[in-house]
Ligand binder design. Sequence first.
Ligand SMILES: NC(=O)c1ccc[n+]([C@@H]2O[C@H](COP(=O)([O-])OP(=O)(O)OC[C@H]3O[C@@H](n4cnc5c(N)ncnc54)[C@H](O)[C@@H]3O)[C@@H](O)[C@H]2O)c1
Length: 346
Amino acid sequence: MSKPFIYFSFGTLKSMDYTAFRNARILVTGGAGFIGNNLVRRLLQNEVSKIVIMDNQSSGMAVFLPDDNRITFVGMDIDKMDKLNFVINQHEFDYVFHLAAHFANQNSVDHPFSDIQTNIVGTVSLLEILKFHKSLKKFVYASSSCVYGTAENMDEGVYIYPSETPYSINKYTAELYTQYYAHLFHVPTVSIRIFNTYGPYELAGKYRNVIPNFIEKALNGEDLVITGTGKETRDFTYVDDLIDLMLSAALSPSKDGEIFNGGTGSKTEVANMAEIIKEVAQSQSNLVFKPARNWDKVKDRVSDLSRSAGELGYAPKVNIREGLEKTIKWYKDNYDKVKSLKNYFE
Ligand SMILES: NC(=O)c1ccc[n+]([C@@H]2O[C@H](COP(=O)([O-])OP(=O)(O)OC[C@H]3O[C@@H](n4cnc5c(N)ncnc54)[C@H](O)[C@@H]3O)[C@@H](O)[C@H]2O)c1
């Protein structure tokens, strides 16, 4: 029996009790990716008994994963039913964290069919198999803030109709499937709408997020190219905070396809973020402005955390400067390894 979900509050200092993960058996799809690497490390700290990682290494790398005999790495595509069945049916998982994805907007514009294949077919394949696994306590789906499209109000209950990119359409469609499987087959699903997340274990690359790309360019003294005016805002979220939320969602009583925002609740102008990177990296790089990409119509994006805070006790702790300092330190500390892998995803 796992322990019940417990939330401690010490005045303003809040900390979650994750001891229910002790001895748990966990599947992490996309576990070799950026968020996966951070999640896997945190799960190991919480004394889980086993982590199976499924990843085709198309945008993540097993090379960063910790050396720990509780981890089993399976190199595979999540949309191949035969292999998926074979691997999943060897285990009785307590928790599944579904992070594998064709990432992200521009990649989906360039490769719409691959996006459907991984983000929709892959997700449905997993759920089709897991609907028979009664041991499962929670299926946590990594959704995206891009499902809000151009909506101004970003609370989970708002009506949305994303159509900007295949990625936004498909991440939302997969979210709907998690609800369908929850309602019809009682698969205990929960979705986290992740707002621009950054931190260690994310390398720069053509389809990667702006922060690792700016860090690498700043450290090399190259131009930081902003697509837009720089006044656009995003809710940049440090990965440790997001992991807190994912773990809390996994242990929460909600099982019926509920959705939670994973952001910080505050917004930062893109140009301001670039200036902080320059300052922390002690870089002489210039900011260069180019027209926004034609699909990028979102001027301001910030999460409403009412539900995540109210139901899960989520309270992000890391502000943008502190998060960028930690990320740049990781980048510098691991520079040799990062450099040897440069251009891997280009
Ligand atoms: N990083 C962010 O800011 C952000 C924002 C919103 C949503 N998300 C979501 O969070 C999840 C993790 O994102 P991330 O930033 O770690 O991305 P990532 O690209 O680093 O990780 C995704 C992993 O999935 C693997 N993968 C891709 N296609 C696969 C397939 N068909 N079969 C098996 N493995 C496959 C990749 O190799 C990679 O390791 C994704 O679902 C993404 O959509 C991330």
